[in-house]
Ligand binder design. Structure first.
Ligand code: FAD
Ligand code: PYC
Length: 415
């Protein structure tokens, strides 16, 4: 793989850009791999990448039924933060945020990480107490966040209306090194690096069955034929339940649509990310100038990558109160993704009842920010067969033991 650099751009400029290579190969599947990862979203690709980088395991296929990054990874609103309440969550989300800081250099691919800062607004007294508690927990966890008063919120985001009318802004939880990144680039950067290590990223190839012998995985059936493997990672977000079903076990998950929309592009209006969880809305401005808007999940299980229209109305109506300038904008596009939500709003990184099968799922509405940390921890789990510290609290057994990791507030999105 040729490295991308300022020199390479200058060289290509002198020869009509004829020398760029394909970013990743388009191989046919081999008959057998050491590891198969199902799902070429961010989490699947990052798992493969760290298997190669940290463990030297490169006889790996990443199998994707659509196109890489075409699931939730390419559909989210790109918010990155690590201001979670519980220690195991803060550890994995902060590891992830930290890896985002140098991801472009690590992958030699510009993922446009933009640590512009994230504010989670408090608009009820209950939220004030909750976020102050989180700020204290984050201080103990070594995650820099800060409780800020309404005036500081206004300084950071001049277009905000502090006065309500239903819910005045009472302050906020501020994470200065939170922000955004270009979601597709995260998938593309990992795919390019995996392909360069000799791994096969196989697109347009749906896994239709998981083959087992004597309680152990032996391979998968796909729309491109049967492929054998020693180990299998299921990393398919909203379709985790289907794949677990093929492998003969169940997961404590629900699949629901979460949607987002963008406005017409406008001049720079805000340079922070705001989440307003009482009214169920969040807002940032993309580099193209569009206001990027999202709300809560649909209130019922479904697999439509669209989302229901009443949510668009509810979200925009709620955000208009706090950001009146939005009422003057036309909305351009709306879309949805299928997220996999657990009861404690925390992910599952776990061995399963089938030897050799590992699952990485349940990131729900908040897994974009977790991609590098999750991939790092999942690679440890797949390579060793046991979780190391980062993943140790997120095993499936916690649902039997009642050892929940309750992040329903920090998840920040209404479920
Ligand atoms: P995906 O990217 O969905 O990848 C899974 C892949 O598996 C898909 O490409 C799918 O095609 C493939 N697959 C499924 N079944 C099969 C099969 N049988 N065979 C082969 N392949 C299969 N998180 C944040 O942190 N910040 C945000 O701001 C944020 N905003 C969001 C906004 C929206 C509208 C949505 C929908 C999500 C948002 N999220 C956010 C959540 C985040 O997008 C997800 O948690 C994350 O992208 C999940 O990544 P993934 O790699 O696990 O899944
Ligand atoms: O987890 O920060 C988040 C998030 C924001 C929007 C959707 N999820």
């Amino acid at each position: 793989m040729k490295r991308y650099s300022a020199f390479a751009i200058a060289r290509e400029a002198t020869r009509y850009h004829s020398g760029w290579e394909r970013a990743w190969r388009a191989p046919e599947p081999k008959t057998k791999y050491d590891v198969i990862i199902i799902g070429a979203g961010g989490h699947g690709l990052a798992t493969a990448y760290y298997l190669g980088k940290n463990f030297g395991i490169t006889n790996v296929a990443i199998i994707e039924k659509g196109w890489l990054g075409g699931g939730n990874t390419g559909r989210n609103t790109t918010i990155i933060r690590s201001n979670y309440l519980q220690d195991p969550s803060a550890a994995i989300y902060e590891k992830s945020r930290f890896l985002y800081e140098t991801m472009s250099q690590d992958l030699n691919y510009n993922v446009m990480f933009s640590p512009r800062g994230v504010i989670m607004l408090a608009q009820t007294h209950h939220e004030v107490r909750g976020y102050q508690r989180t700020a204290h927990a984050n201080a103990l966890q070594g995650v820099p966040t800060e409780w800020i008063n309404p005036q500081r919120v206004k300084e950071l985001c001049p277009i905000i209306n502090l006065e309500g009318p239903r819910y005045p802004v009472l302050g906020g939880l501020w994470q200065a090194r939170g922000g955004t990144a270009r979601h597709d680039a995260v998938a593309w950067g990992y795919a390019r690096a995996c392909s360069d290590m000799g791994m096969d990223v196989i697109q347009q190839c749906e896994v239709t069955n998981i083959r087992r012998e004597g309680g152990k995985v032996v391979g998968v059936d796909t729309t491109k034929g049967a492929i054998d493997c020693d180990k299998l990672g299921i990393v398919v977000a909203g379709h985790s339940g289907d794949l677990a079903n093929m492998a003969g076990f169940r997961l404590p998950l629900e699949s629901v649509a979460l949607q987002a929309l963008v406005s017409e592009p406008i001049k720079p209006a805000m340079d922070v990310v705001i989440m307003a969880n009482t009214v169920h809305g969040y807002l940032s401005q993309s580099d193209k100038g569009e206001m990027v808007i999202g709300g809560g999940t649909d209130g019922y299980n479904n697999y439509t990558q669209r989302g229901s229209f009443h949510h668009v109305e509810e979200t925009v109506r709620a955000l208009n109160e706090t950001f009146p300038m939005l009422s003057r904008l036309k909305m351009l596009r709306q879309w949805g993704g299928i997220v996999d939500v657990t009861g404690d709003r925390s992910p599952i990184l776990s061995k399963t009842p089938v030897e050799g099968i590992f699952v990485n799922c349940g990131w729900g509405t908040g897994g974009f920010k977790a991609i590098p940390g999750s991939g790092w921890a999942m690679a440890e789990l797949v390579a060793d067969g046991e979780p190391r510290e980062l993943a140790s609290a997120f095993g499936l057994e916690r649902y039997q033991e009642g050892r929940f990791i309750d992040e329903s507030v920090a998840a920040g999105v209404a479920h």
